[in-house]
Structure formats: structure tokens, C-alpha cells
Design a protein around this ligand. Structure first.
Ligand SMILES: Nc1ncnc2c1ncn2[C@@H]1O[C@H](COP(=O)(O)OP(=O)(O)OP(=O)(O)O)[C@@H](O)[C@H]1O
Length: 240
């Protein structure tokens, strides 16, 4: 599979089109290479799926993209700056992550949305909170206690909390694997809407082949920590 075969739109200046320029990225823990020398350009505004068998290193790769884990080799240029020179906390706000299960703090939806900005000494306005809840289709949920939310609603709050930081990139690690089919589809629509409206670049780890086909024009396939192939989703899934 040709590394550059894809369907993502090209910017007039190719250098501008790359959001995450991943160069030789590796992570070794003890004598195991969880991520082995991955080089790939993730394009601004694209939805890129990451697939591969269980244990292939997909989550480990994703966690290196915003320095939740530190690489032991290689680096990432984020919008052409080596990310090792960016304060990790700032980096993680600009490159937000949504996990398989929503980790919410006890309390109301509003208190969860206020948590991140609060750490910076900021407060979200009532209008901003209403706007964020509108974006994730939860209007009027401000005072709901998070313990009363369904799995899909909790995942939407988790997404809203990430969006409160106005991220430029969203890393999504199996964000719907704990949800039923209908809720899965609604979260997919939501993420695609955010991608379309805000131009947020999305990197989506998924086991779900149909989901990769619905969401991502390009797919990266990993095995044993290595990038084995990248290309148009249909072609990659047919080949693996
Ligand atoms: N901190 C760690 N220390 C040692 N080994 C680890 C660590 N984190 C992950 N691993 C191992 O690295 C390998 C890759 O794990 P990872 O979770 O990245 O794979 P994955 O492709 O996301 O798998 P899955 O699809 O099952 O979630 C696995 O064998 C896992 O057991």
C-alpha cells in the first residue's frame, strides 16, 4: 500500500497541511517496544482511523501523540514545532483526548466542565457552558448530577469537557466501544460534525471496521508496534 495514497484534501502549501508530523516515534518499556519507529504525517482537518489487532500498540501510539506518555525515541512536530519544546499541559489542551469510558468527577455537569478552566484560574461563562452543551446535544443538562447520566450522555459530557479547551486535535481511543449501536452512531455524528464545523483534526483508535469506514477517509494499520500500512480506509481494511 502506498504511504501517500489517500482521499484527504490537499492544502495549497503541503507543509501547512500536516498537523502532526510524527517522526520515528517509539516507546520502549523494559525490553518491549510498544511503539516501534512510527513515521506518519497526520493532516490538518482529517479523520484518521488507527486499527490493528489487540495489543498492536494503538493506544500506546495515541498516548504518545500528546505526551500522555513520553517517547523513548523520535518526536512529533505539532504544526511544525517540535512538541518536546511545548509545555505538556498546554500541549494536552491543544491536543485533547477522549477515552473509551468517560472519567467524570462526582458532581454536576457544570462542575465537570469548569474543572479544566478552573485549574488555569478561569471560569466558563453560563453562555459558554450552554454553547458547549448545545454542541454535544445535551441542552439543559447544566445542573444534572453526573451519576444520573447514561453512558452515551457521560461520553458527551466528556467530549464537551475536552472541547472547552478549544483543542486543535482530538485523540479518540475507542470512544464508543462501551456504547450500544444507536448511541455509537450518535457519537460518531457528533464527532464528524465537530470535525466538519471546527476543522478539528481527529485520530480515532477503533476495532470497529464499519466505524472506520463511516468516519475516516484514511486508516493507519498497526501490528507489533509498527505502522504496517496507511491509505484509503476501504483498501486498508480489504488488505488486513
Ligand atoms: N505501561 C506498559 N508497560 C508494559 N507493557 C505495556 C504498557 N502499556 C501497554 N503495554 C503492552 O503493550 C502492548 C500494546 O498495548 P496497547 O494497549 O497500546 O495495544 P492496543 O493495540 O491499543 O490493544 P487493544 O486493541 O487491545 O486495546 C500490549 O501488549 C500491552 O500489554
Amino acid at each position: 500500500m502506498s504511504p501517500d495514497k489517500d482521499t484527504a484534501p490537499q492544502a495549497s502549501n503541503p507543509a501547512d497541511a500536516i498537523d502532526l508530523d510524527v517522526r520515528g516515534l517509539s516507546r520502549r518499556v523494559a525490553d518491549r517496544l510498544l511503539v516501534d519507529n512510527v513515521t506518519v504525517g497526520i493532516r490538518r482537518g482529517e479523520v484518521l482511523a488507527v486499527t490493528g489487532p489487540s495489543g498492536a500498540g494503538k493506544s500506546s501510539f495515541l498516548r504518545l501523540l500528546n505526551r500522555l506518555d513520553e517517547p523513548t525515541g523520535g518526536t512529533v512536530f505539532f504544526k511544525q514545532s517540535d512538541y518536546r519544546g511545548i509545555d505538556p499541559r498546554l500541549l494536552r489542551r491543544r491536543i485533547g483526548m477522549v477515552l473509551q469510558t468517560a472519567y467524570l468527577f462526582p458532581g454536576t455537569v457544570t462542575s465537570n466542565l469548569q474543572f479544566g478552566p478552573g485549574q488555569l484560574g478561569k471560569t466558563l461563562s453560563a453562555d459558554r457552558i450552554a454553547d458547549l452543551l448545545g454542541r454535544v446535544d445535551l441542552p439543559g443538562y447544566q445542573e444534572r448530577d453526573v451519576s444520573t447520566l447514561s453512558g452515551g450522555e457521560a461520553q458527551r459530557v466528556s467530549l464537551a469537557r475536552t472541547l472547552a479547551n478549544e483543542p486543535e486535535v482530538l485523540l479518540l481511543d475507542e470512544p464508543t466501544s462501551a456504547l450500544d449501536e444507536e448511541t455509537t452512531r450518535s457519537i460518531e455524528e457528533l464527532v464528524l460534525g465537530i470535525n466538519r464545523d471546527s476543522g478539528v483534526t481527529c485520530v480515532l483508535v477503533t476495532h470497529n471496521r464499519a466505524q472506520a469506514e463511516r468516519m475516516a477517509p484514511r486508516t493507519l494499520y498497526m501490528e507489533r508496534g509498527r505502522l504496517v500500512a496507511i491509505g484509503a480506509t476501504g483498501e486498508i481494511l480489504d488488505a488486513h
